[in-house]
Design a binder for this molecule. Structure first.
Ligand SMILES: C[S@@+](CC[C@H](N)C(=O)[O-])C[C@H]1O[C@@H](n2cnc3c(N)ncnc32)[C@H](O)[C@@H]1O
Length: 392
């Protein structure tokens, strides 16, 4: 059993976990329990830290939890050779960083009296930041430990040992390091691209001699989704109306091959998604569609109406066109625009109410409401609404 610490928008991280692992449930408002034997955090965009659950306590407060922790790890580490680096992160308890640090210092002094040396990572907050955990490589080797102590909504407490945090260095390199970027088409963060690929569901099992499944992005732009799909085991297929974007995607995929020493097949073509004829097979579709023009402030009703109609038309025609070319059951995760009026009231595309008439059914989630799959920052006017669908 693993516990996953979800990112800034927990519902989106939860949906990703549910699609990837199935047996997942909320433990607190921003953590999830995942019933699995193995969880590779580098394949998940919506989880910032994860840990293997080592104990579950009931009827405990911070003082008792802290005492149990000191006792358990004093015993567990009493024969350790080499220096231990320890970080402690506490979720859901009302404790100050000083209280958390105090627990670590007691453990340090007990171990010192047994001749074992421990480096304690200072707690600026009661939860160590992802950056601190990542830069100290916590959870990545037996002597670099981060303990995750989490109080759930039922009052239960889970103790977990981190198995790593999101590799923010690698994500930044894949984002800022690629040769072709274009601020105007809007750049999808790689972690959102990972989430979207994972939201298309687990890949079907395949024989060793079979090529990887094909993931199509018919609005590929600079190719962020294509890049992430390769790292998640797909063969990328990108099309876009703009020749320049196809060139950018090609440059970026070439860079990915060289940079990571990978060899993979890909396909890129200029095509209008409203009338393209794509090559087969298409095993999954993930795309950030045309989002309309960017806005730095909420537009007038008239302007919004015009942009919304235009986006609705392009995306509806795309869905009709691709619907004729994919098999029933083909999964899709498409990001479409929704506009924030500045007070978190969103204006949605009319097509969302007509998806069944277009031949698509929603993928149902146990833990999440589809309307919560809205990715945005508080200052953004254009949000990305994630539609997770299956061809009927
Ligand atoms: C929001 S951007 C996608 C950005 C992309 N996710 C990336 O990583 O750079 C939308 C893309 O849709 C393309 N586009 C707009 N209308 C299109 C259409 N009718 N058919 C295909 N592509 C279209 C644009 O050229 C643009 O590259």
């Amino acid at each position: 059993m693993y516990i996953a610490m979800l990112g800034r928008q927990p519902a989106i991280g939860m949906a990703e976990l549910e699609r990837a692992f199935g047996d997942v449930r909320w433990f607190s408002h921003d953590t999830a329990l995942v019933n699995t034997d193995a969880l590779d955090i580098q394949r998940l965009g919506g989880t910032v830290k994860a840990g293997r659950v080592v104990a579950e306590l009931t009827g405990t407060d911070w003082r008792k939890t802290s005492m149990k922790l000191v006792q358990a790890y004093e015993d567990a580490w009493s024969n350790t050779s080499g220096k231990i680096t320890l970080g402690i992160s506490v979720y859901g308890f009302k404790v100050s960083p000083r209280d958390v640090q105090h627990t670590g210092l007691i453990l340090k002094s007990h171990l010192k009296s047994k001749g074992i040396s421990l480096r304690l990572i200072p707690n600026e907050q009661s939860i160590l930041s992802t950056a601190t955990a990542h830069h100290n490589k916590l959870g990545l080797s037996p002597n670099k430990v981060e303990l995750l102590i989490v109080k759930g909504h039922s009052g239960k407490v889970i103790i977990a040992e981190s198995t790593g945090s999101q590799n923010i260095t690698a994500l930044a390199r894949r984002d800022q390091g690629r040769p072709a970027r274009d601020a105007f088409v809007g750049m999808l963060p790689p972690k959102l691209a990972q989430i979207m690929v994972n939201l298309t569901g687990p890949q079907p099992p395949r024989a060793d001699d079979q090529l990887p499944p094909v993931l199509l992005d018919p609005f590929c732009g600079t190719g962020v989704l294509l890049q992430e799909s390769v790292l998640l085991g797909y063969r990328p297929y990108g099309t876009d109306l703009s020749e320049k974007m196809i060139r950018y995607s090609r440059d970026n995929l070439n860079w990915l091959q060289d940079r990571f020493g990978l060899h993979f097949h890909w396909n890129l073509e200029v095509a209008d998604a409203m009338e393209a004829k794509w090559l087969q097979p298409i095993d999954a579709i993930a795309c950030e569609t045309y989002l309309g023009q960017p806005f730095s402030a909420p537009p007038s009703n008239e302007k919004l109406g015009e942009v919304r109609r235009n986006c609705d038309h392009i995306i509806t025609e795309f869905l009709k066109n691709i619907g004729r070319q994919i098999k029933s059951g083909t999964p899709l995760c498409i990001a479409v625009p929704a506009w924030n009026d500045g007070k978190d009231n969103f204006s949605h595309l009319p097509l969302i109410k007509k998806l069944d008439q277009l031949g698509y059914g929603p993928v149902e989630f146990k833990n999440v409401n589809a309307k919560d799959l809205l990715y945005y920052r508080p200052d953004q006017v254009v949000a990305r609404e994630l539609l997770v669908l299956e061809k009927i």
